[in-house]
Design a protein around this ligand. Structure first.
Ligand code: PEP
Length: 230
């Protein structure tokens, strides 16, 4: 299983350091076959010791240059970062990342050999239109994306389940993952959206779920490690 923690705009450099130290100790009991990723804020990127991979929540598709407020490859290389989240719904919505921009970013980081956790997800109004509308919407988020890329991990995150405390039902996850797997074949497929210690076992036991991407419940090392060890 894959367990990914997305801190978003939470934690400082200091608190990330303390978190990772705590997690490192707790993860000594983890199944060696499970893989853990941590996406701290950019200010907390660093070399950390432990059985996990540190990735970046975002970066500009350039080595360096005049892109005020962004970080590029040069800054990521300093910490040997080789994993990136692309297409998260918060970036699509609040940072106006269109499918075209997302695809451009994907191609750049693919060419650089990055491992990419690529996020897709539908808003509530699409979910309410029914399954066919959901699948049409989700598949359109693969426009311009090379789904044959060997270092691709897909994360299905229904927007209405993110940060709301309301996870998708087992049936919704199961049906959506089954249909998505047909499109992405052997690529790992994560579920994200209000995953927490109380529902982790149920979610990771669903066929077609290869892991989880966790926001709110990953902010505490105790809660996140509880899920990894569940
Ligand atoms: C996310 O934004 O990737 C996410 C899954 O958030 P949460 O776990 O808080 O719903």
């Amino acid at each position: 299983m894959i367990f990914a923690a997305n801190f978003k705009t939470n934690h400082t450099r200091k608190s990330t350091e303390l978190y990772i130290h705590d997690l490192h100790v707790k993860l000594r009991a983890k199944n060696p076959e499970d893989t853990v990723y941590i996406f701290p804020p950019s200010t907390a990127l660093d070399h950390y010791e432990g059985d996990f991979t540190i990735g970046t929540q975002n970066a500009y598709p350039a080595h360096n240059g005049a892109y005020t407020g962004e970080i590029g490859l040069e800054q990521l290389d300093e910490f040997d970062i080789k994993t990136i989240l692309i297409g998260h719904s918060e970036r699509r919505e609040y940072m106006d990342e269109t499918q075209e921009k997302v695809a451009e970013k994907f191609s750049f980081f693919q060419a650089e050999g990055y491992e990419i956790i690529y996020c897709i997800g539908e808003p509530l109004e699409i979910r309410e239109k029914g399954f066919e509308a959901v699948m049409q919407y989700l598949l359109s988020q693969f426009d311009g994306i090379d789904i044959g890329y060997e270092k691709l991990i897909v994360a299905y995150e229904p927007i209405w389940a993110i940060g709301t405390g309301r996870s998708a039902t087992v049936e919704e996850i199961s049906d959506t993952h089954r249909a998505l797997k047909k499109a992405i074949s052997d690529k790992p497929l994560l579920y994200g959206g209000s995953v927490k210690p109380a529902n982790i076992k149920e979610i990771i036991s669903i066929a077609g779920v290869d892991g989880v991407l966790v926001g709110s419940a990953s902010l505490d090392a105790g809660s996140f490690s509880e899920m990894v060890l569940a």
